[in-house]
Design a protein around this ligand. Structure first.
Ligand code: ZN
Length: 141
């Protein structure tokens, strides 16, 4: 299932460091695919993707699709942002529990008239900045 996207006018304020290993993730995200690594030994997925399983230390991992939907575990709105994100403040960030059990932190895209609340259904999406993609979540439609 392909992620929906929002086109952004600017470059990412704090671009991710892309390694030879994470290039696969960033390339997929740029194509609207939402993936991470899954351990072939214990079967658990982790996020962000890792070349070694943090649960059983197996180096035998494979790329797998992630659920694009989940619920909002917690969130906050940042008004006093670090200088690099100052132009974007105020903005919301949160912790999302994906329906396949992966928990992650990300930016939240707010929809006017649809306030954020704990436990609400959310969907992942791609923010297409001029220099590359970032992932975020928003209230599920
Ligand atoms: Zn494992």
């Amino acid at each position: 299932m392909s992620l929906s996207h929002v086109d952004m006018e600017t470059a990412r304020a704090y671009p991710p460091r892309v390694s030879a290993f994470t290039q696969t993730f960033w390339n997929a995200l740029g194509e609207g695919r939402w993936i991470t690594t899954c351990c072939k030994g214990c079967g658990r997925s982790t996020f962000p993707p890792k070349p070694v399983c943090p649960h059983c230390w197996s180096p035998d991992v494979q790329w797998t699709e992630l659920s694009t939907r989940g619920t909002l575990y917690s969130w906050t709105r940042v008004h006093a942002a670090p200088a690099v994100f100052g132009a974007e403040a105020p903005y919301a960030v949160g912790i999302v529990d994906l329906s396949d059990g992966v928990r992650l932190a990300c930016r939240l895209v707010e929809t006017q008239g649809q306030p954020l609340r704990v436990d609400q259904p959310v969907e992942m999406l791609v923010l297409r900045y001029s220099d590359g993609p970032l992932f975020a979540a928003r209230p599920a439609s």
